[in-house]
Design a protein. Structure first.
Length: 250
């Protein structure tokens, strides 16, 4: 990831160049950067808080996969967002704002984006179990967790939507007023929208503030309220809990 300034006619524009490195250009579990740029462009067209994509690299550029996007100069480090005084107002608003942003993400039309992977809860558990087995390091504590996930699989959602896949503290750009941009879309898929809400509440993304389940800064009630205001439906707490447990095991 490169930060640069493009200067034309005396005007300077801050940009970020994202390039795929040699080790991840063909990674199966993430979108290619060309596809991620296409998804970001779609998100921007629908008014989501994302950096604007200016250019997608081509073969003639000889730089591999990647794209240029607007540089957003705010904070992403969770430890600063959760502890510094300048973000006290932002912390009070963030959970509600995250719910609003998630609901808008789940409204994005993506039927024409064939590159997005699709999976049910059962398939996601099966894939995770295969990965676990691939390490050949049995951990007895994992077995009852996998069994619980299999036994408590939710029914298929009424509507399968775009899922960001990594919506969490650390992938949010924040200023003193709250949410500025949602970053890192490479794990996006089509699936159960409640998966995003559950992932946001995983303990790992609270960064020590364990009593505030939404990113270490908010309550589930505020997250659900923001989601309801945009989507018109209240998130199902049991489905969210299922995906929180899945995310914790993952």
């Amino acid at each position: 990831m490169w930060s640069l300034d493009a200067v034309t006619s005396g005007q300077s524009t801050g940009l970020i160049l994202r390039q795929a490195s040699d080790w991840n250009q063909g990674a199966d579990e993430t979108l290619g950067l060309d596809n991620e740029a296409q998804l970001l462009t779609r998100a921007a067209e629908h008014g989501l808080p994302v950096p604007a994509v200016h250019y997608v690299l081509t073969l003639e550029d000889s730089l591999g996969l990647g794209y240029l996007m607007t540089r957003v100069d705010e904070e992403t480090l969770p430890q600063r967002i959760l502890r510094e005084e300048r973000y006290v107002t932002a912390r009070a608003r963030l959970a509600h704002q995250c719910g609003e942003a998630m609901a808008r993400i789940h409204e994005l039309p993506v039927d024409d984006l064939a590159f997005l992977p699709r999976a049910t809860a059962g398939e996601a558990v099966q894939t995770l179990y295969a990965e676990y087995q691939g390490y050949q390091e049995p951990r007895p504590v994992f077995e009852p967790a996998f069994r619980w996930l299999r036994d408590n699989q939710p029914s298929l959602p009424a509507t399968r939507t775009l899922v960001h896949g990594d919506f969490r503290n650390g992938n949010l750009m924040v200023d003193e007023g709250g949410l500025k941009a949602v970053l890192d879309w490479e794990m996006a898929s089509v699936g159960d929208p409640m998966a995003d809400l559950g992932w946001m509440c995983v303990n790992s993304w609270r960064f020590g503030q364990i009593d505030l389940p939404v990113g270490g800064f908010g309550r589930r009630e505020d997250l659900f309220s923001g989601y309801r205001e945009v989507a018109g439906v209240t998130p199902d707490p049991q489905r969210v809990r299922y995906w929180e447990i899945f995310g914790t095991l993952k």
